[in-house]
Design a protein around this ligand. Structure first.
Ligand code: PEP
Length: 239
């Protein structure tokens, strides 16, 4: 299974930046997915022509209704998106999203036949207090949807996002092993098929090492996904 390289553009990107996605699509790189802002999804789907899977950074838990400013998973799928990220720590922080909210969004994403990237991760204080595994266990217990199909987990230590800091490779290995154990306990043998991504300050300089860690099935990349040059350098470092 080739490593999956997912770019999360967050609140970045104007029309001119579509050229970066066109470049990624034309590169022949395998398994590159991009979540641009909602405003660019339509154009990104067109320029990527299926070569880069395009997704949303969030979705509402309902398919439609009186929720001003929100976008449903069904709307993303209608635009041609193929996946949605749910539970990103910036959504949890900025929008107060709980594990129950994340579970509802993950369920909505699957109902719309999108692949779902569900993000979990501990804060610096939680890691320092030795609570990393307990936090991951609780987040998974509260946010996993009912089955493993179409599900991807992203382990993103909150303190590593956008900071230039990363856990040691041993800590990444331990966290992924813990997550795998929880998923298999929850879904049985189907849990072995769930891909687990690492996210947090991945760059072309550290991607090869991170991608060699046991059970790291790919990376979720923020800042270093904004240009084709940088994201393709990460993709080409995959073993
Ligand atoms: C992210 O936002 O998911 C992320 C990993 O960001 P960065 O790569 O910039 O740390």
């Amino acid at each position: 299974m080739p490593a999956l390289i997912v770019g999360n553009w967050k609140m970045n990107g104007l029309g001119e930046d579509i050229a970066e996605i066109a470049h990624m699509a034309g590169s022949g790189a395998r398994s590159v997915w991009i979540a641009p802002p909602f405003t660019l999804i339509d154009r990104a789907v067109i320029v990527s022509a299926g070569a880069v899977k395009i997704g949303g950074q969030d979705c509402h838990a309902n398919a439609k209704g009186a929720h001003t400013g929100c976008v449903s998973a069904l709307m993303l799928a209608d635009l041609g998106a193929g996946f949605v990220i749910v539970g990103h720590s910036e959504r949890r922080r900025d929008n107060g999203e709980s594990d129950a909210d994340v579970r509802a969004k993950a369920t909505a994403g699957r109902a719309a036949e999108l692949e779902v990237i569900l993000c979990i991760g501990e804060t610096r204080a939680q890691r320092n207090a030795g609570q990393t595994e307990a936090v991951l266990t609780a987040q998974l217990a509260g946010s996993l949807p009912d089955d493993a199909e179409g599900l991807i987990i992203a382990y993103e230590p909150v303190w590593a996002i956008g900071t230039g800091l990363t856990p040691t490779l041993d800590d990444v290995k331990a966290a992924h092993a813990h997550i795998r154990g929880q998923i298999v306990a929850r879904f049985g043998p189907n849990g072995h098929g769930v891909r687990i991504l690492y996210g947090g300050s991945v760059t072309p300089a550290n991607a090869a090492d991170l991608l060699r860690v046991a059970d790291v099935g790919g990376v979720l990349v923020g800042g270093a996904s904004l240009t084709a040059e940088s994201l393709l350098a990460i993709a080409s470092s995959a073993p």
